[in-house]
Design a protein around this ligand. Structure first.
Ligand SMILES: Nc1ncnc2c1ncn2[C@@H]1O[C@H](COP(=O)(O)OP(=O)(O)OP(=O)(O)O)[C@@H](O)[C@H]1O
Ligand SMILES: [Mg+2]
Length: 474
């Protein structure tokens, strides 16, 4: 199928690149902003230096007027020239802070101030008092104007710095919020495009783990998930195939053992029948009618025995029909079937929850309970109890227990009880097929059976069956 095929790898890569681009972009923006602040901070030193210089200039001006010393005049001149220099070399930046005309006025004021000071110094030498006084007044006014201007520049610079810092704070906050929002959307995108299909896959696999043996639908268009789903489905097909082969070969093996036993077991009644027939043939003319009746009864009993064995084998090999059944009902129906045979001194108790459902062959499961109850009854010599209970165990499994207070078994017997035709009962009472059949039915249902027994105390059979439900049913 042609068409656009996405992949988890690409999606994660895209999300990663978008994230990186965002972070790098925002970092560059913030770096540039910090660089501007840094530059402005340098300029702010120059501005405050200009202001300080003009203050110093005025301080020496004041001293000069007070004491008339030449040193104060030269200091004043030095600071005036420094102020001129600062303005000259930073004209453009200062112009940005204040209007052009102001800078021009400041420059002119400083120039005039300098020449007035010079004039004053020269007048002073000639002691022209009146003129000096007027000059002094004009110098003071100019000096004041200069300081006011440099102070205004310094205030403007501080304000500008403050706006710059506030702006960078805003940029930082907005970029943080922007990153969080972008991060949130990337996470949403990843969750929608990557995690959701993975979760769907996990849910479907969980259903399979719970016993719903169904193929997982290929819902995602992602390359990895599609191939994973396909591989998983292929594995399911393979598994089902192998499982059926396994069941088939196990069944064939047990049928083989059974047939060998059947041939052996049927051979006995047949040879007994044959012997009885021979005797009857030879003694047909004799008048001993009682003896003949006994021989015929033997033939009948042996025929019944052979018939029973054949019936059990036929029952064993019958193909079953599985359906959803209620365990409690199945147990109760099995007890109803056997009720007539239960001695009054044997007490049967059932404790099975009503909500346990199994996907099983009801008749075969009844066979299991019938055989186990029959064995327990036969193991109770006088008085006793049979207790059938069930509970849901770990891992979607039901644990069924059939316990009796019978005679119990020796360990060497326990190891043989599931073999076909193993019996400790007299020939007429048992064929040794009951537990063999039970074992096979339990295995056919994907379960296990275990036994615990103590001579003189009783026996407990523990059956574990999967709570496997038919596809699509809950
Ligand atoms: N609950 C039990 N208590 C004591 N012994 C038991 C119990 N269940 C089975 N056994 C022993 O295991 C043997 C095998 O049992 P199984 O049901 O396979 O055959 P059986 O009962 O002898 O004959 P069949 O069931 O074919 O009529 C029994 O003969 C008996 O000795
Ligand atoms: Mg039995």
């Amino acid at each position: 199928m042609l068409g656009f095929q996405t992949s988890i790898r690409n999606k994660v890569n895209y999300a990663y690149y978008i994230g990186i681009i965002m972070v790098v972009g925002i970092s560059i923006l913030n770096y540039l902003n910090l660089m501007t602040i840094n530059k402005k901070a340098e300029f702010s030193f120059i501005v405050s230096d200009l202001f300080d210089t003009t203050l110093e200039m005025r301080r020496f001006e004041k001293n000069y007027f007070l004491y008339g010393l030449k040193e104060d005049y030269s200091e004043n001149l030095q600071f005036t020239e420094k102020a001129e220099d600062i303005i000259k070399s930073n004209k453009k930046a200062i112009e940005k802070l204040t209007i052009k005309a102001d800078v021009y006025a400041l420059e002119t004021n400083i120039r005039e101030y300098k020449s007035l000071m010079q004039k004053h110094f020269e007048h002073d030498k000639r002691h022209a008092l009146m003129e000096t006084h007027i000059l002094e007044k004009r110098i003071r006014e100019k000096g004041k104007k200069i300081v006011t201007s440099t102070e205004a520049i310094s205030v403007a610079e501080r304000k500008y710095m403050q706006t710059l810092i506030e702006r960078s704070q805003r940029i930082l906050i907005f970029s943080g919020i922007f990153l969080i929002i972008v991060g949130f959307f990337i996470a949403q995108y990843l969750s929608r495009m990557v995690i959701r299909p993975l979760k769907q896959l996990e849910d479907n696999m969980q259903k399979i783990a719970n016993g719903e043996f169904s193929f997982i639908p290929v819902l995602s268009r992602d390359k990895e998930l599609m191939s994973l789903s396909k591989a998983f489905n292929a594995m399911l097909v393979e598994l089902e195939l192998r499982q059926s082969h396994l069941v088939q070969s196990e069944k064939l093996a047990s049928i083989g053992t059974l047939l060998f036993g059947v041939a052996h077991e049927i051979n006995n009644p047949l040879s007994n029948i044959s012997t009885s027939c021979q005797i009857l043939k030879e003694e047909i003319e004799e008048a001993d009618i009682e003896y003949k009746r006994e021989l015929l009864s033997q033939i009948e009993a042996e025929t019944d025995r052979a018939k029973d064995i054949v019936r059990t084998v036929l029952e064993f090999s019958r193909a079953g029909k599985k359906e959803i059944i209620n365990l409690k009902n199945t147990v109760n129906e099995s007890i109803r079937l056997i009720r007539g045979e239960v001695p009054s001194k044997v007490n049967i108790r059932v404790d099975v929850p009503n909500d346990i459902r199994l996907f099983a062959d009801k008749q075969k499961l009844q066979q299991v309970f019938l055989n186990l109850i029959k064995n327990s009854m036969e193991a109770i010599e006088d008085e006793g109890k049979i207790f059938i209970s069930a509970k849901k165990g770990k891992g979607n499994i039901v644990e069924i227990e059939v316990r009796d207070t019978g005679i119990g078994m020796e360990p060497e017997i326990v190891s043989k009880i599931f073999e076909p035709f193993f019996t400790k009962k007299e020939t007429k009472k048992g064929y040794g097929l009951g537990l063999f059949v039970v074992h096979n039915i339990v295995e056919e249902h994907g379960g296990t059976i275990d036994v615990e027994s103590q001579v003189g105390y009783g026996t407990t059979f523990l059956i574990r069956l999967p709570l496997r439900e038919r596809k699509g049913e809950q």
